[in-house]
Every structure is written in C-alpha cells, then in structure tokens.
Write a protein that binds this ligand. Structure first.
Ligand code: AHM
Ligand code: MG
Length: 283
C-alpha cells in the first residue's frame, strides 16, 4: 500500500504543477458519463496512469475519464478507481478542485474498498488518507513532500449543509428536509466541487453533504467507484456515516463501473435525520 500512496503523492505534485501552468480550456471530448472534459482532466489522468504503471502491487485501474478497465500487473493485489480531477468545471473560475482514489481488493464494490485517498488543490495542497484512521497531510512546496498534520474525526453533530443537485428537480420530501436543516440554523456551504465541499465539512467537524436522486437524475450524479465509495470510506473511518438514503453506501455493489448513486455523507446526527426522512419514502 505504501508504494500506492507514494505514487498518489507524486501524481498530486505533478497535477498541482499542471493546474498552475497548463491551459484551463475545454478539450474536444466527453467522458463516459457525457461530461465535457477540460484539457487538465486528460493531463491529470495521464499523469496518474504513468505513476501507477510503475507500481507492481496494482492489478488494474479504472479512471472516471475512461470507458474501460486498464489492466496493469497480473500479480498485483489492488484495484484502483480514480477521478483524476474532480470538479474540473471549476478550474476556469479558480475554485478548488481535487483528485479522488478508491483502493479495492478482489472486485470493485462498496464492501471491497480497503482504503481511500483524496487530494485538494486549493490555496494549499492537502492530502487525506483513510485506512484504519483518517490522516491529513499538507504539501510543503519547498521540499515537495507531504507533511503529516493531524488525525481527522467528525463530531456527532455539525453546523454545515452542502446540498447538491438542481433544486427545481428535488423531490418534495428532500426539499422539506433540507429546509428544516436551514430552519434549525445550519449554514450553506456548497462550491460545486465534491472534494473541497466534503473536505470542509470533515475539517469543520461535521454536517451534511447531500447529492440526492431527483427528477432529472433519479440515481444522482456522483459515481459510486470514483467518488461515492471513496468518500463513504473516509467518512465512515472518521466516525461519520454515509448512506444512499436508506442503505449504507459501502454495502452497495455495482452493475457498471460508471454507475451513480444518491449519496448523503456526514456526521451521525444529520445522517440519522436523513434516514428518518427517507425511511418513509415508498420506492
Ligand atoms: P465531475 O467529476 O465531472 O467534476 O463532476 C462531479 C462534481 C462534484 O465535484 C460535485 O459535487 C458535483 O459534480 C456538482 O454537481 P452540480 O453542479 O450538479 O451541483
Ligand atoms: Mg468527478
């Protein structure tokens, strides 16, 4: 696992450099989910693939930006699903973006994720590793090394809500639930980048991040393998919860590598409120 983490650190340093220096415009291509790619999506994807090629413990990889699984080393133990540059549509407005990695054993599914790592490219570059515990590292750009900062734990209850999706399309019970959080004094924190949005909730002690199923997207937008399972793993290991409304996200399997799922991640109090609302929904 250390060799994988080191490959992720090297990729992050290179991607950070690319974000600072490369063209931020759109590419002429779409990914498997139909999203328009920016050139930096493709550059970041290539940087990661090249780093992972050197790691013999990796059996295969799959990128959010690619259609298919990419076999690596036949004797490797780990399968990695990654989103090379999440939130890349925010690049041209200079908001924070991130890279997300889910590390799996035997097969790509919720129960089989064994570690998760994400990187936030913000005013500083931070990296979070979730294994038995969740650890925060920060890049020291003078020496090009990630320095350990602290262990991260969620409080039982937070103060922030990040409500994703198109509000006009939300189901009425979802809208009522989100309105009630705000009526209770919760504060809105949503940039449109899952990595900084979940990083903020995690570092500020807790709250709720929601990307629900809705009229336009009954199965949500966020992809299980590349986004939802890795962050569900992080939040679980930090003492929080992660559900699709009714089920623990890490109990779910996949039918296709690019499957999406509604997701609710947060501290225990808020997720239990979501469960209360969604348990009454018949479907
Ligand atoms: P991307 O992988 O194409 O960047 O899309 C994922 C992003 C997440 O970071 C974020 O939570 C979500 O899309 C925002 O979507 P919306 O604009 O619908 O709120
Ligand atoms: Mg993404």
């Amino acid at each position: 696992m250390t060799d994988i983490i080191n490959a992720i650190k090297s990729s992050a340093i290179k991607i950070n450099k690319a974000i600072q220096t490369e063209d931020t415009s759109k590419a002429q291509t779409e990914n498997s989910s139909g999203d328009v790619q920016v050139k930096l999506d493709l550059i970041s994807d290539e940087i990661i693939e090249n780093e992972f090629k050197k790691v013999s413990s990796i059996k295969e990889i799959v990128s959010e930006e690619k259609q298919d699984i990419n076999p690596m080393h036949g004797n490797g133990d780990y399968l990695i699903a990654y989103d090379p540059l999440d939130g890349s549509s925010l690049i041209d407005v200079d908001l924070s973006v991130g890279s997300i990695f889910g590390i799996y054993k035997d097969e790509y599914s919720g129960p089989n994720i064994v570690a998760a790592v994400y990187v936030v490219y913000g005013p500083r570059v931070e990296l979070v590793i979730a294994r038995d515990v969740v650890e925060l590292y920060r890049l020291d750009e003078e020496i090009n090394e990630f320095i350990f900062q602290k262990e991260l734990r969620l409080s039982e209850k937070g103060k922030l809500v990040g409500p994703g999706g198109t509000q006009k399309e939300w189901y009425s019970y979802h809208k009522k639930m989100i309105d009630e959080f705000f009526a209770d004094g919760y504060r809105l924190r949503y940039s449109g980048g899952m990595v900084p949005d979940l990083h903020q909730i995690l570092l500020k002690g807790g709250g709720l991040f929601a990307y629900p199923g809705a009229g336009d997207r009954p199965k949500g937008k966020l992809r299980k393998l590349f986004e939802v399972f890795p962050f569900a793993f992080v939040y679980n290991k930090a003492g929080g919860l992660a559900i699709d409304g009714k089920n623990d996200l890490l109990d779910l399997g996949i039918e296709h590598i690019h499957d999406t799922s509604p997701c609710f991640l947060g501290s225990n109090y808020e997720i239990n409120r979501v469960l209360k609302t969604y348990s009454k929904v018949k479907k």
